[in-house]
Design a protein around this ligand. Structure first.
Ligand SMILES: [Zn+2]
Length: 322
């Protein structure tokens, strides 16, 4: 019997799955979705059925209202990968509109556990059953971290695209970022490109726009009030102070305002901006003097959890049913 938590595959037959498939079944029944193909995979001992679905457009009530043609500029919100926060968003007027302070606790606590598990692996004798078990435990722990991290990025992205129809993202210089060993920073580094990608397609679903400022854009060093580019800010400096006009702002907010300002200035050239694929693809030693901002986000900063936003109902994306 095909229950609500089952998937029926050709040849294989009916499989019991973890996730409730009710919404997808309803969409298929009403012709709003068609399953294109299913992929079965096994990672760290856990089987996953991924259904790739072609679905109807998001309901207009869930989309951003279309802007009149006259309103071709303005309304952009800059999204900066902050120093003290994972994400800081601000509009051109300097108003902070969003801040995601910290990564979820399970991610922060995961690193010591991963280290312990990998030590266990190396202590076990090669080829032994104990070693195989330790390897499996380590794999499961890694998978769990990856899942939590992905879920978190989706929450942040959902929250941003639901509340703002025009997002200007910081472009991250990715070369060398993986050298960073601190968890929050590593998540922030590795997460940023993912986050930009997720924001890009979610924003398209909603009829909004997302774009990325060029990598060399001095969002951190520039005064958001008078646009004077000052010297680079040391990591310890949390408040941006302009030497020219005396403007003062939170460092991350200043950068976010500049990102919003960049799009508003260059809008003619970015009529149909989209974030596509990985945001940067800078190779090592490409000679651009910009240093990656690795290590700027500290796990000790902030302390509040990110906004708990439920994943929106609507068009299902490529979703795993495990
Ligand atoms: Zn200034």
């Amino acid at each position: 019997m095909a229950g609500l938590r089952s998937v029926c595959l050709p040849v294989v037959g009916v499989l019991a799955v973890r996730e409730d498939t009710r919404r997808l079944r309803r969409m298929i029944r009403t012709g709003r979705a068609h399953i294109r193909y299913a992929t079965v995979s096994c990672r760290a001992g856990r089987w996953t059925v991924t259904l790739t679905v072609e679905a109807a457009d998001l309901h207009p009530a869930r989309q951003h209202p279309a802007r009149p043609d006259a309103d071709s500029s303005g309304g952009w919100v800059g999204v900066d990968r902050g120093l003290a926060a994972l994400v800081v968003a601000a509009d051109i007027t300097g108003r902070e509109v969003a801040r995601v302070d910290d990564v979820p606790r399970p991610l922060r606590t995961a690193l010591p556990r991963l280290r312990r598990l990998s030590r266990q692996v190396s202590r076990r004798q090669r080829g032994s059953r104990h070693r195989a078990e330790a390897v499996a435990r380590l794999g499961r722990a890694h998978l769990r971290v990856a899942n939590i991290r992905r879920h978190f990025l989706h929450e942040v992205a959902n929250w941003l695209v639901k509340t703002h129809d025009r997002l200007a993202l910081e472009t991250l210089h990715t070369a060398g970022l993986l050298r960073n060993r601190r968890l929050a920073a590593a998540i922030s580094d590795a997460g940023w490109a993912d986050l930009a990608r997720i924001i890009g397609y979610k924003q398209r679903w909603r009829g909004g726009q997302a774009t990325a400022a060029p990598r060399w854009y001095p969002s951190t060093k520039m005064c958001s009030a008078c646009r004077t580019v000052g010297p680079a800010l040391p990591l310890s400096v949390r408040i941006f102070r302009c030497q020219t006009c005396g403007h003062e702002a939170d460092r991350d907010v200043n950068a976010a305002v500049n990102l919003a300002g960049w799009v508003e200035q260059h809008h003619a050239r970015t009529r149909d901006p989209e974030v596509r694929g990985p945001v940067t693809n800078a190779s090592r030693g490409d000679g651009s003097g910009q240093r990656p901002r690795a290590g700027e986000t500290s796990p000790d900063d902030g302390g509040t959890l990110p906004p708990r936003t439920p994943v929106t109902a609507g068009t299902p994306e490529k979703g795993g049913v495990s």
